[in-house]
Design a protein around this ligand. Structure first.
Ligand SMILES: [Zn+2]
Length: 56
């Protein structure tokens, strides 16, 4: 099991060892969606959020 930190709240996040680049993880603590942007070294960043249509 690999581990990284949520960039939003700093909580530890566990990843399967066969995690793929581009995979989206959800922080169990704050609910942030994190994208695996690099495997070596393991780096995650906030996933691009699909914008809701704010029109009326
Ligand atoms: Zn978090």
């Amino acid at each position: 099991m690999l581990q990284t930190e949520c960039v939003e709240c700093g909580a530890a996040i566990e990843l399967p060892e066969d995690v793929m680049q581009g995979e989206i993880l959800t922080c169990g603590d704050c609910g942030a969606e994190l994208e695996v942007i690099e495997l070596e070294p393991l780096t995650v960043d906030l996933a691009p959020v699909e914008m809701e249509d704010w029109g009326e």
